[in-house]
Design a protein around this ligand. Structure first.
Ligand code: GAP
Length: 551
């Protein structure tokens, strides 16, 4: 690095330059503004070259980033400190099981939901989406079995006082899941929150906040099928809030009382369970880490096998069920989640919900162990039959080819909590670099902020104007920030920590050459590009049409 003096309109200014060889050419760049006097410039340059500011040099070399697995408490603290998630009503001590999302968390959450909707609804010919209400006619919950069967027993361990819920049929067999102690029953409870509809007490009716989004899909099934002219096999998707009065909300967002679900019911003709025309060669070869009922009963380890093998060995019964397991896993992997943290586990007989024929969970290796991330149940014809019985309406659909009326079955219900997906993406993205700084390596599609504009010199009016112009243009398309405070190294680190994939640096040469530097978060590599091409390049990088190294 070396100091250069520039004369601008009769005044002298000192800058720190750095030159490096790129593609055989020596490229010189301004690294920092050093002031108007030579002695001051020398002092600042010295400071800059030592300590934290030295990183600007190193950023040009590709770096090896290590990964550090966070504990759930460390993640909770990080999320609060950086503006992702806070305890709801924190000002008054919070409320267990309820969370508020800050300026970054709300963006990440919306991006997760957007990516899910885009992949599950917009990009598919066979799925449409709906948006049902949170409170509905309570007969829906009578028909679905949530009022009668969605009942647990609240228990407290006599020894360690741990509180949790158990299935009422299991109570006599169960011991404390923490210490193995005796359990004391605190009575049956239904986890649905109740409310009353109507302002006058005597006239009001009891209602429930929905405990799942799925039921609104069944209740609206016939209308949606007719309106959208859907033909079997097809899916109906919904995402939105669900509420459960959990006895022991714990592990940050993992078990909340208010959460969001992204659910899809995939309907097929019950006489065509073995036909799955979407199970192509690529999906058949897709690798699954399988933990079947038999493996669990025989105390065996999970096994890697292809979708094709799970079907030929009769481990998964229906091809559509295996197909949806692969699609769901692939959604996570395509957005940067780490394969080694995933497995699929079949429910044991006693675990299955009242509506399910067979259920496989996608489990994730959370910091507190392997737990359910997403359930994929085969619900058979349970729900539509129940709604036919209770509403006394015909929910069958006419198959035009055979002229037969069919009550479709749900061969797979991918049901994912947004909060659990949020935890997975945060945990798998979190890493610490060689300088012990946090780098949140989120997939750019999920990153809360896509681009940061960092002018190198904030005092020069024309440079600020150029930088602001770029900022205004980019923020038309993406969540973009403009940051001029602190050293450039500090600004890079600040953006790395919250997952901003690309930083644009504008320096003294930018005006003359009409170009700027793009810096890639994951390795610190920088490339010079023309300002007029910036938007198109960023569009390709964010959508991952091209990788940074291909620039
Ligand atoms: N419609 C099926 C259904 O609701 P579930 O297994 O009860 O099935 C599906 O829930 C998914 O919803 C879970 O895999 C999880 O991702 C999410 N979920 C359920 N309860 C939750 C809670 N208390 N807090 C956060 N997410 C929850």
């Amino acid at each position: 690095m070396f100091i250069v003096k520039k004369r601008i309109k009769d005044n002298e200014y000192y800058y720190l330059q750095h030159s490096s060889r790129e593609n055989g050419k020596v490229i010189s760049r301004t690294v920092a503004y050093l002031g108007k006097t030579k002695s001051g410039a020398e002092k600042k340059a010295k400071e800059f070259k030592s300590g934290i500011k030295k990183e600007i040099m190193e950023e040009e070399k590709p770096k090896k980033l290590e990964n550090k697995r966070l504990t759930i408490d460390e993640l909770t603290n990080f999320c609060k400190r950086k503006g992702f998630v806070y305890p709801s009503g924190d000002l008054y001590g919070g409320l267990a099981g309820f969370w508020d999302y800050g300026h970054l968390g709300s963006e990440l959450k919306n991006n997760i939901k957007g990516e899910w909707w885009s992949e599950h609804v917009h990009k598919r010919e066979d799925v449409v989406g709906i948006d049902g209400s949170i409170i509905t006619n309570s007969k829906v919950w009578e028909a679905s079995g949530h009022i009668g069967s969605f009942v647990d027993v609240a228990v407290i361990c006599k020894k360690c006082k741990n509180k949790f819920k158990v299935d009422k049929h299991e109570l006599s067999k169960k011991k404390c899941e923490k210490c193995g102690g005796e359990l004391e029953s605190k009575g049956e409870f239904n986890p649905m929150f109740t409310t009353s509809v109507g302002p006058i007490k005597e006239d009001s009716t009891k209602a429930y906040l929905r405990p799942e989004t799925a039921q609104l899909i069944f209740a609206n099934f016939k209308q949606v099928q007719e309106n959208a002219r859907l033909k079997l096999p097809f899916g109906i998707a919904q995402s939105g809030k669900s509420f459960r009065n959990e006895i022991a909300p714990r592990n940050f967002l993992f078990r909340s009382r208010e959460f969001e679900q992204m659910e899809l019911e995939y309907f097929i003709d019950p006489e065509k369970t073995k036909e799955c025309f979407l199970l192509n060669k690529e999906i058949k070869k897709f690798e699954l880490n399988v933990y079947s009922r038999e493996m669990q009963e025989k105390n065996q380890e999970p096994q890697e096998m292809t979708v094709e093998e799970t079907l030929s060995k009769n481990i998964i019964e229906f091809p559509w069920h295996a197909y949806w397991l692969a699609i769901e896993l692939n959604w996570f992997f395509s957005l940067g989640a780490r394969k080694e943290n995933f497995r699929i586990r079949q429910h044991l007989k006693e675990e299955k919900s009242h509506y399910a024929t067979d259920t496989w969970d996608i489990e994730y290796n959370f910091p507190f162990g392997w737990k359910e991330l997403e359930g994929i149940a085969d619900r058979g014809t349970y729900d539509l039959s129940q709604h036919e019985k209770h509403s006394k309406k015909d929910l069958k659909i006419l198959d035009e080819k055979s002229n037969k009326k069919i009550l479709p079955m749900v061969v797979a219900e991918p049901s994912l909590g947004v909060e659990r997906a949020f935890l997975v993406f945060m945990l798998d993205a979190y890493s610490i670099n060689e300088k012990q700084n946090t780098v949140l390596k989120l997939n750019p599609k999920l990153s809360p902020i896509k681009v940061a504009i960092l002018p190198l010199v904030k005092k020069e009016k024309s440079l600020v104007k150029l930088s602001k112009g770029i900022y205004n243009e980019l923020k038309e398309e993406w969540n973009t920030v403009y940051d001029e405070s602190g050293s450039i190294g500090r600004r890079y680190a600040r953006n790395d920590e919250v997952g901003t994939p690309f930083c644009i640096t504008i320096d003294n040469d930018s005006e003359k050459k009409q170009d700027a530097t793009i810096r890639n978060r994951d390795d610190g590599i920088q490339k010079r590009v023309k300002i007029k091409n910036l938007k198109e390049i960023l569009r390709k990088l964010i959508s991952q049409e091209i990788l940074f190294k291909e620039l």
